[in-house]
Design a protein around this ligand. Structure first.
Ligand SMILES: O=C[C@H](O)COP(=O)(O)O
Length: 249
């Protein structure tokens, strides 16, 4: 049975004073029925890990090399050393803003998994690609190239995030979400075998809010969410986590 996962991505938001939101979350969910992961900016990884209680801390990117002349970059061992145990990779904002290819995402994932981090690998289609009925082709291609061989249910989480749903208030309908999640499940079972394929958690991301979370968590093969804007405040993220906990009952 897969344990549900509520993941928050603060993106380029958060100063030390905002760790009060994390502390409040840790106090609210002292014994959570689901896994909770919060991914603050790199500057907050160490202080977040020091006050997160039962909430796991993750980074939002890493370099494919462990060390070297790469000004401004952060490596997977550094993230682990800061007290984090996960990293988001291949988010569409990095694919767009930094030209990250699926090959580059896979190289980062290999480094992250070798460092003992869980990789949350993001996949998603543009609105134009969905309108052209290319969604499953796009997701299938990103999936096969971005995810490294040797991935397991422990070190791999996949987040389906339609680009057009991120930060827009637009959300695919539940059938569309289910279609993509079922497709991803079938593909990873085929590639990694039923045991591993059934153990990898699949998250939906894109405008998940307190008022739509319960419906989304009722969809087949949705094991949780990757939440952006609504993870910034404990009050909003708590409602989403509550909905995920209720979906397990
Ligand atoms: O990583 C999170 C996603 O990009 C979703 O962001 P959002 O919840 O603000 O739409």
């Amino acid at each position: 049975m897969r344990r549900k996962l509520a993941a928050g991505n603060w993106k380029m938001n958060g100063l030390r004073t905002d760790l009060a939101e994390l502390e409040a979350l840790a106090a609210t969910f002292a014994a959570p029925k689901v896994d909770i992961l919060l991914c603050p900016p790199a500057t907050l990884l160490a202080p977040a890990a020091a006050c997160s209680g039962p909430i796991a801390i993750g980074a939002q990117d890493c370099h494919a090399q462990d060390s070297g002349a790469h000004t401004g970059d952060v490596s997977a061992p550094m993230i682990k050393d800061a007290g984090a145990n996960a990293v988001i990779l291949g988010h569409s904002e990095r694919r767009t803003d930094h030209g990250e290819s699926s090959d580059a995402v896979r190289a980062k994932a290999v480094a992250a998994q070798a460092a003992g981090l869980t990789t949350v690998i993001c996949l998603g289609e543009s609105f134009k690609q969905r309108e052209a009925a290319n969604t499953l082709d796009i997701i299938g291609g990103q999936l096969s190239t971005s995810v490294p061989d040797g991935s397991t249910g422990e070190n791999l989480v996949i987040a389906y995030e339609p680009i057009w749903a991120i930060g827009t208030g637009l959300v695919p309908n539940l059938d569309q979400i289910g279609e993509v999640h079922d497709f991803i499940r079938t593909r990873i079972e085929r590639r990694f075998g039923a045991g591993v394929g059934r153990s990898v958690r699949l998250l939906y991301g894109g405008s998940v809010k307190p008022d739509n979370a319960a419906d989304i968590f009722g969809v087949s093969n949705v094991d949780g969410a990757l939440v952006g804007g609504a993870s910034l405040k404990c009050a909003d993220f708590s409602q989403i986590i509550n909905a995920l906990e209720q979906s397990t009952e």
